[in-house]
Each structure stands twice: as structure tokens, then as C-alpha cells.
Design a protein. Sequence first.
Length: 262
Amino acid sequence: MMIHLSIDTTSEAYQSGRAVGFVLGVAVLMLVLWFATASWRRVANPPSGVAAGEHTVALRARRRRTILIVLGVFGAAAVVGGVLRYQPEPRAAEAAAEADRPAEAAAAPAAPRTITPPDALDGFRLMSEEETASYREAEAARLPRGRTWYYDRDADGRADGILHVDTTQWSQKLAAEKRKDSITQEFRNFFAGARSSDPAEYPAGPLGGRLACGHYENNPAMSICAWSDATTLGTFLQSGVQDLESAAKTTLGFRNASDRRT
């Protein structure tokens, strides 16, 4: 389901490289400044005489001290800037692990998760196997991940909503992805693959994790929402929906109704 298209800018490796790169850049600037001021620090063509020589020595010491102070400020700024730039995000498998469960149950073993989509919700009706035969054929050709359910809303026999859920219980590949990627990276890859340029985040509800929705490229009447937590990645596509806040509300309803603990 996930399409890996971009570098994970939230990873520790990327953030470390970003911080180190900033520090090295400042270090190079400091070296350039040190060598560029060499002539100035030496006090070129000093006047003759003992008094003049003493003055020259004192002037050289002051200029050297000035440059060292400036370099010290640059060095401190480099360290602070590097630390501020190092902001890795927890991997998806870690970021939502506790948010999935009520605080009072945190010490108890997690119950098995089951995915049982509703037969009807918010005007959508779950379509039968016969009604979705053509969709299933297309699924088989794409080697889909997870499981998909189709919903009709206007009784025309065509899918107006498509619910897709994948869990680490079903997919070792998803489990590996969640150990490798952050939720931010999951969303970045997913919405890039869906050709959505305007995804925005919305409340994810009592199950925790994060939820985001966007429009398909060149089709503002079709929305796509995705949610992610430590063990699940789900999406809900809706046609005829322009308001993303409304799309997010419907998606959250499907998530809460489908994702259960036994």
C-alpha cells in the first residue's frame, strides 16, 4: 500500500547529517575567516622603533584576541544550531505505541486487534461480493496489501467509498516499514503516491496515532484520508466530498467502527 518515494527527513541518520553538515559549514566559514584575516592580524608594514614595536605586538595581540572571540561566537552558534537542527521523529512503531491504549491499561497486555468494517455508516452501505467483482479483479492485478471494502452511497451500484486497512498482524512488510519510517514519512509517501498536494492533519480520535486528509490531484471532489498508529495503516477514499474536515470526520467514524480490541 505504501509507496516509498522520498528520503525520510525525520530519521535519525538524516537529522544527524543535517546537524553535522551545519556544524561543518560553520567550521569551514571559521577557517576562511581565520586565514582571510591573517594579514590584518600580523599588522602589515609596522612602524620602526622600540616603542613602535611594542605597539605592534600589543596591536597584534588585540586583533588575534578579537578574531578568536568572533570564532568562539561562531563555534557556539554552530553547536547550538546543530543541536536545534537535530529533531528526529520516533518510528511509527514507537510513536503511537502508548497512544493506542488507555492510560489505566498501559501496564496490561495489549488485546488482539480485529478489523470489522461496519455494514453501514454515515450514508455509506457496504457492497456485496457480487457488486464488487470487477473491483476485486482489479485488486488481484495490483497485488494489494491489506484488505479492502467498497461502499455505495447513492445506490447506483458503484463504489463511492473505499476503505483499506493493513495491519502488522497481517503484514510483516508493514511491520518492517513501521520500524523504519516515522508516521510523517508514511504520510509523505502515501499522499505523494496518491498525487495529493494539499494533505492536512485532523484529530485521530481515541485510538491515537495520526490522521490526515487531502484531495486527489486535479479532482477536488475526491478526497483521500489516511490514519496510522503503531500497528495499523488505514485509508478511506470518498468521491463527491470536497470538504476535508467532513472527509476526516467520516474517516474517523469508519476507523473507530472498524478497529476493535477483543
